[in-house]
Ligand binder design. Sequence first.
Ligand SMILES: Cc1ncc(COP(=O)(O)O)c(C=O)c1O
Length: 382
Amino acid sequence: MWVIPREELSSVQKLKKILISPPEISYSDIQYILNYIQPENFFDFRHNHQFESKIAGIVGMPYVLSAQSGTAALHLALKVLGVKTGDTVLCQSMTFVASANPILYERANPVFIDSEPETLNMDPELLEKAIQELFKKGIKPAAIIYVHTFGTPGNADEVMRIGRQYGIPIIEDAAEALGSYYDNTPAGNFGDISVFSFNINKIISTGGGGALCSKNKKYVEKARFLANQAKEQRQHYEHCELGYNYQLNPFAAILGKAQLPKLKHRAEKKRELHRFYFDLFKNLKNIKLIGESHKSRSNFWVNAVIFENYDTYNSMVSLFEAFGVEVKPLWKPMHMQPLYKSYMHYLNGVSENAYRLGLFLPSGSSMTKAQRDQIEYIIKKL
Ligand SMILES: Cc1ncc(COP(=O)(O)O)c(C=O)c1O
């Protein structure tokens, strides 16, 4: 294992920790918000509607609901599609737990699908195999939750073809993929419903927030109704269905309006950063940087590498830790999680290998030149 000379350590430890996905709220955002610090703006949902129409413009989906979180939006998506107790929902295994949790909120049964190796998106071949086997057992899945892993769309054509062929609606979990494209079409434009997150670590943030988008007006109307406690349109408070308090707070929507114009620039900065990593890793044969598919253009929300062996993996972990760089393994797949491992899964080993030998890399669009130099210095020691 690599040992860091004492004098190097003391000089680098003075630098600020380099985070994987740091919050990107700037003073101009604060300035924008300050213009709205009046009591009426705290409950003025016109800010939400303006934020929603801007998202609609970016994603090319005509109907959008802003929500309290991406998780809430995913939950609403399942509700709108009528997913109920005992239903089966197909979900990517290599994802953040929030993609799967709403399935259990509805007491439905997840079936986890492994990834293809190029982008770690859902493997369409395994997806089709799972559907065929479920059909043979007389089970028609109620939905497919397809995630653009780390912001990068994979083989969306195939997943959409499968959804159409078997008549299964697709929820596009584009939580990380605002500003990404597949075949020149924005991520979030494909599914029957798509979902975004504006959590603090995302490319655009409202502090905490999400959105549900669709070309189907009825879906978004229903989601809006459920997100507002399923309050019937009456003079008095009348409730016939179980609802939720999932609306985005208007002040968060104001922050979102300040942030959205920065999307393109941030995606370009992140693309540049990916290029920097590509150049650094291209001659290291035992490390693979996860890239795009031939049809996708990623926002490169986070960069990820997979090592061929534990020696290099461990060296990178100790170097990152010593030099004050945040270290995190890639997501532990859902089929390996104590909460989910008893549910059905279709595996090919890709996500388990990515978890065991993969690391996230610092990917903030505001990364400074000094921080880049530091990372370059570390990687050249591998
Ligand atoms: C793939 C994925 N799905 C869903 C979510 C949930 O979004 P939120 O944190 O806004 O609830 C996240 C992120 O946090 C995510 O990365």
